[in-house]
Design a protein. Structure first.
Ligand SMILES: Nc1nc2c(c(=O)[nH]1)N[C@@H](CN(C=O)c1ccc(C(=O)N[C@@H](CCC(=O)O)C(=O)O)cc1)CN2
Ligand SMILES: NCC(=O)N[C@@H]1O[C@H](COP(=O)([O-])[O-])[C@@H](O)[C@H]1O
Length: 190
């Protein structure tokens, strides 16, 4: 059984989508969700599906390595960042090399890096009058949005689209593709 752990900071629609996708599989389980936000809606979603959660603060994450200790006890095969808004620190990266992936709501390398998350990405895409945007799933390294790209797919931006319209198009792509990308990472040989 492949063990998947998710980090999320907000609504958690991607986390829920992954939990549902793997819910009745006998070879993959989303065993735990961690968040830095005690008010994150992802916590309610996990409660509904009986998925255990951990809420942590900056000290646990960076100073006392409590999050690393939790991850070691969980022993995940894959760590998935799904709307997680803090930088994964060196200690976790070193402990789980090539085992951490992230979903980003743009066609990297464009519109990535510090400050580029959620609506800020869509606003920048709009501001620059892009005709296409999309999603990228990539491995996580010490920088934001800089790791090896695993998957990308795109959608088109219509002239009347606003930031919310783009967010909806991105959401559709994420719901459709992310679980299958996670599965392909877990089982690279099919
Ligand atoms: N080591 C890594 N950690 C994380 C990565 C990564 O690629 N390497 N990806 C991010 C997710 N992400 C984009 O996909 C991202 C999230 C947040 C930010 C950002 O600028 N955050 C702010 C803090 C925001 C807040 O606390 O509300 C900041 O760092 O000042 C950029 C990119 C997850 N972790
Ligand atoms: N740079 C990271 C970033 O912007 N991630 C984005 O946050 C959203 C989380 O939605 P969710 O909480 O409903 O899954 C998703 O669109 C994800 O691509």
């Amino acid at each position: 059984m492949k063990r998947v752990v998710i980090f999320a900071s907000g609504s958690g629609t991607n986390a829920e989508n992954l939990i549902k996708f793997f819910h009745n599989r006998d070879n993959v389980s989303v065993i735990h969700v961690l968040t830095n936000n005690p008010r994150a809606k992802v916590l309610q979603r996990c409660l509904r599906f009986g998925v255990n959660t951990t809420v942590f603060n900056k000290e646990d994450f960076i100073e006392n390595h409590k999050v690393l200790k939790v991850l070691k006890s969980l022993n995940p095969d894959l760590i998935v960042l799904a709307g997680f808004l803090w930088k994964i620190p060196e200690d976790i990266l070193k402990k789980f090399p090539n085992k951490i992936i992230n979903i980003h709501p743009s066609l990297l390398p464009k519109y990535g890096g510090k400050g580029m998350y959620g609506k800020y990405v869509h606003e920048a895409v709009l501001r620059n009058k892009e005709v296409r945007t999309g999603i990228t799933v990539h491995y996580v390294n010490e920088n934001y949005d800089d790791g090896a790209i695993i998957f990308q797919t795109h959608c088109y931006i219509d002239s009347l689209d606003n930031e919310e319209d783009i967010a909806k198009k991105i959401h559709v792509l994420e719901m459709e593709h992310f679980p299958k990308v996670v599965e392909s990472v877990l089982f690279p040989n099919g």
